[in-house]
Design a protein around this ligand. Sequence first.
Ligand SMILES: O=c1[nH]c(=O)c2[nH]c(=O)[nH]c2[nH]1
Length: 321
Amino acid sequence: MTEPAIVLGPNQYGKAEVRVVKVTRETARHEIEDLNVTSQLRGDFDRAHLAGDNSHVIATDTQKNTVFAFARGGIGSPEAFLLRLAEHFTSEFDWVSGGRWEAESFAWDRIEVQGAAHDHSFVRSGRETRTAVVVADGAARHVIGGLKGLTVLKTTESGFEGFPRDQYTTLAETSDRVLATDVAARWLYARREGEGEGEGEGEGEGEGEGDGDGGPDYDASYERVRALLLEAFAQRHSPALQATLFEMGSRVLEECPEIAEIRFSMPNKHHFVVDLTPFGLDNPNEVFYAADRPYGLIEAAVTREGVVSPAAAWEGIAGFC
Ligand SMILES: O=c1[nH]c(=O)c2[nH]c(=O)[nH]c2[nH]1
């Protein structure tokens, strides 16, 4: 019996984690944009893998340089920046049929000096990290916004009761506990009217608003999603982190028609009430041991009924189910 032939499978390549910082110094009040960008190309790269022929290989160094060159004119929203990179590589090289571009965006605050925000000195913000992914697949464009490290905690209005008990269950039921998590969320922007899987990709005419691709205003969407996530976490009583996750996702889908679905990965950062009786003290839910591990890990997608999730958009996003 002959062995099956060995063939090349799916492949992509590019430059990972290009750290690009853009300072806009048009006035004395400088602006700063700080991104970590990964560019990966897909297409016909067979000969590079099979024959050592690099005639189709756009060097990863060139991809890195392209990120820096595109930043020269200003970055804008990470989603729009990644879309510009996708357009460039897929239109400039006819054997590049698609790819995946990913960014983390780090926020900086102005340093306060004598009550005034400084013009050109910044302190890295304690805020969460914004994330973005663009997947180009032929003419299709999938845009995923997101955030990670949005650490939240509520000191009451959270419990965990009614779970099954077996011979291994020791956890006491509680109607009042601390609930804390680091929210990681990714949301897929809905494809717009006229956006086909195949040809006929809109040229951005029409809508006018947003980031110049005819799509949503990604910065405004980001701030809205962030505010809705925080609001839902704060406002609703939590019977479990699972229910809170679904509330947070529902709130976003109710309020943001431009978003098709949202996925979460949220650790349950347990806060255990410390037994102070050995010291002759009571502890009415005031002193906690904040354990860092193990932690519960709650993951789910919140979707719209009947809206099919494009698997290609989510491929390569680790840590979400
Ligand atoms: O919100 C919670 N969900 C769980 O699934 C769980 N399991 C557990 O031990 N504590 C909690 N809390």
